[in-house]
Design a protein around this ligand. Structure first.
Ligand code: GLU
Length: 430
């Protein structure tokens, strides 16, 4: 099968920086070769429907004014309103938002949610803002996006550098302008103002569910499975503690400052997430200190990159010693690294399946909001489990049709088939 990317012979070659958009387009082309689909639809899907670029003036605490750039990329809405996170990060760019919006389109389709894909953000390092500045920036950004977001149009959610509190400010700013409380405009809010129980833990929970299922698929008894998790934010910390509670052996975790390794297993319940306590990983006692790069090449059964994008590249893919990779972050594997893993026979379970619990519980939250209902945590977790298992079965079926089809391609096939079918029914107008 064509991999769509060349495999370098020499791992010491300079790693090429690949943008999320390049990766997303390449993955789309690759998956399209596996389906008998109209090339015109594929061409359409390479481009976003709309990208809103806004200037966001912020009055700093010292009275000076700084102007930040914000984006909202809306990729495809053939199956429903746009859906996807907003990130606050210095590397946010138009191309990154478009690439991440494309992934949201596929992710929603893989989970069979009635949403299309979007992503946005502000080019800012949130660590340089006071809480008050972050709130003012968020409210003004919401105002700038007011014409393009809405409960039936485009529903933002948390992503890197944003959280439940940020979503609460967006909900309030939007509602004040609308003149009525509109909780359905955004998901990932605190439960007391219309957020869903279980939303914050959901991406980590889905990573854990998929890891458990993949281990079973490859006959790894969970109680004998060793796991390394890069990133101890919400996704990594929740995935690690759930897998730990289900019997897996979490031998390494890391945050932005480095990691800890104990071949006997770490007590993850004693390590707070980076958001709760930024020094938690660094203060684990009786464990070997390792770098993030070393964590990625540990000899473990499962590697979960759950921090940022582009960490598995042509520079380190040959050195990865894990038997299975489950993507917790969005886009942690470059196309070239993906091709190397395929050649080496290391299965990579893609982000658009593994971390899709986040947008799935966002969907539950949106349903609760627009119907003025509240679900129990038990109901949320049960429905999430059932949706994850259905998606995993659908992907397994696509994977088993052809032994050469990678897990990523199989996942794309499931999502893309639904999107293309929807485009075919709706047609191009005029
Ligand atoms: N930002 C999350 C993601 O990448 C969630 C998006 C959402 O809930 O809308 O999947």
């Amino acid at each position: 099968m064509a991999t769509g990317a060349s495999v370098p012979k020499d791992a010491t070659e300079e790693p090429s920086e690949e943008s999320a958009l390049e990766t997303a387009r390449r993955q789309l082309d690759q998956a399209a070769t596996l389906l008998d689909i109209d090339p015109n639809v594929v061409e359409r899907l390479k481009h976003p429907q709309r990208v809103e670029r806004v200037s966001v003036p912020l009055e700093r605490d010292d009275g000076s004014v700084e102007v930040f750039t914000g984006y909202r990329a809306q990729h495809d809405s053939v199956r429903g309103p746009f859906k996807g996170g907003l990130r606050y990060h210095p590397d946010v760019s138009e191309d990154e938002c478009i690439g991440l919006a494309m992934w949201m389109t596929w992710k929603c389709a893989v989970m069979d949610l009635p949403f299309g894909g979007a992503k946005g953000g502000v080019v800012v390092d949130p660590k340089t803002l006071s809480d008050e500045e972050k709130e003012r920036l968020t409210r003004r950004f919401t105002q700038e996006l007011r014409d393009v977001i809405g409960p039936m149009d485009d529903i933002p959610a948390p992503d890197m550098g944003t959280d439940a509190e940020t979503m609460g400010w967006i909900m309030d700013a939007y509602s004040m302008q609308e003149g009525e409380t509109t909780p359905g405009v955004v998901t990932g809010k605190p439960p007391v103002i219309g957020g869903s129980y279980g939303r914050a833990e959901a991406p980590g929970r889905s990573v854990a569910i998929i890891t458990r299922e993949v281990c079973e698929y490859y006959d790894h008894d969970l109680s004998e499975t060793t796991v390394a998790v890069q990133g101890f934010g919400s996704v990594g910390a929740n995935a690690a503690s759930l897998l730990d509670s289900w019997g897996a052996n979490i031998v390494a975790v890391s945050d932005v400052d480095g990691g800890v390794y104990d071949p006997e297993g770490l007590d993850t319940s004693a390590i707070k997430s980076h958001g709760e306590q930024p020094t938690a990983v660094g203060s684990v006692e009786d464990a070997e200190r390792i770098s993030n790069e070393e964590l990625l090449t540990l000899d473990v059964d499962v590697l979960i990159p759950a921090a940022i994008g582009n960490v598995l590249t042509e520079a380190n893919a040959h050195d990865v010693d894990a038997s299975i990779i489950v993507e917790g972050a969005n886009g942690p594997t470059t196309s070239t690294a993906d091709a190397i893993f395929e050649q080496r026979g290391i299965p990579v379970i893609p982000d658009i399946l593994a971390n899709a619990g986040g947008v799935t519980v966002s969907y539950f939250e949106w349903l609760q909001d627009i119907n003025r209902q509240g679900w129990t945590l038990e109901r949320v977790n049960e429905e999430l489990e059932s949706r994850m298992l259905t998606a995993w079965e659908n992907v397994q079926e696509a994977h088993e049709l052809d032994a050469d089809v990678s897990w990523r391609d199989a996942t794309y096939v499931v999502g893309l088939q639904r999107i293309v079918e929807a485009h075919t029914y709706r047609g191009l107008w005029p």
